[in-house]
Design a protein around this ligand. Structure first.
Ligand code: GDP
Ligand code: MG
Length: 266
């Protein structure tokens, strides 16, 4: 009898939850009320499990480098992006400065960007490996009003590529920032076609005209870099997974060969 009531309650529950509840209560009293409660709990647990499986939260922490010649606007870019302000004068700190930007990328993904600013060391034109270590993305900044700063871009890119790589050995994604675009430009940056070609030939993910002063393209440039980093992350995880499967396949093949060998009578 109880078993029959349980089956009946499970079949009926999704269709007319409240009606069935009243009905059981009326017919069999407290005992059925308990059965019904049990049904609700199961339903609740199942829903919670399904919901958490579908909305697994992901958190990423990415180290991003901001490099380029002195006075191009690296610190200004970071301050604008992270703190939403601009100042004509930043006290040049010596060493390395960090800033953290938290992005709620989508409802399930939080991205924390650790932006590494160099201060005072630009004049040497390169950085140590320690500074580059574990970076997953970079901005190289030049000043559109001083073409000399653009001439140094390839040197910075070479330094970057020679000192840090992704786990698969490929260069880390890098975006070129043509900063101070609120002022009159000079040199190659006056020709977007030539810039596109330069960026393609030199392995940049892309380039943006930016102005830390006027807040032009700051968020857009950062979003483009994060997009590329997330994509690389997914590809690497997929490759790891495939490697794991390959490993499993190989080991199971080895196992079956051993098994067949051991079964072999000769
Ligand atoms: N007009 C203009 N000036 C800028 C911009 N970005 C930075 N600057 C100025 O350029 C100078 C150098 O900037 P800073 O961020 O210290 O350069 P860094 O040495 O590369 O860190 C400062 O006086 C800034 O106010 C910009 O987008 N437009
Ligand atoms: Mg600076």
């Amino acid at each position: 009898m109880h078993f029959g009531v349980m089956i009946f309650s499970q079949c009926f529950r999704p269709v007319a939850e409240e009606v069935s509840f009243v009905l059981y209560f009326y017919i069999l009293g407290n005992e059925v009320c308990f059965l019904k409660l049990y049904g609700y709990l199961l339903h609740f647990c199942f829903q919670t499990i399904m919901t958490s499986a579908n909305t697994e939260k992901r958190e990423h922490l990415y180290k991003i480098l901001v490099i380029g010649e002195l006075g191009t606007g690296k610190t200004s870019f970071i301050k604008r992006y992270v703190h939403q302000f601009f100042s004509q004068n930043y006290r040049a700190t010596i060493g390395v400065d960090f800033a953290l930007k938290v992005l709620h990328w989508d409802p399930n993904t939080t991205v924390r960007l650790q932006l590494w600013d160099i201060a005072g060391q630009e004049r040497f034109g390169n950085m140590t490996r320690v500074y580059y270590k574990e970076a997953v993305g970079a901005f190289i900044v030049f000043d559109v009003t001083r073409s000399g700063t653009f001439d140094c871009v390839s040197k910075w890119k070479e330094d970057l590529d020679s000192k840090v790589q992704l786990p698969d050995g490929s260069p880390i994604p890098c975006i070129l920032l043509a900063n101070k675009c609120d002022q009159e430009k000079q040199g190659i940056v006056t020709s977007p076609e030539k810039m596109d070609e330069y960026v393609r030939e030199n392995g940049f993910v892309g380039w943006y005209e930016t102005s830390a002063k006027e807040n032009i393209n700051i968020d857009e440039a950062a979003r483009a870099l994060v997009n590329k980093i997330l994509l690389n992350d997914k590809l690497i995880s997929a490759a790891d997974l495939a490697d794991g499967e390959k490993f499993n396949l190989n080991s199971s093949m080895e196992q079956s060969t051993t098994e067949s060998k051991s079964k072999c009578s000769c």
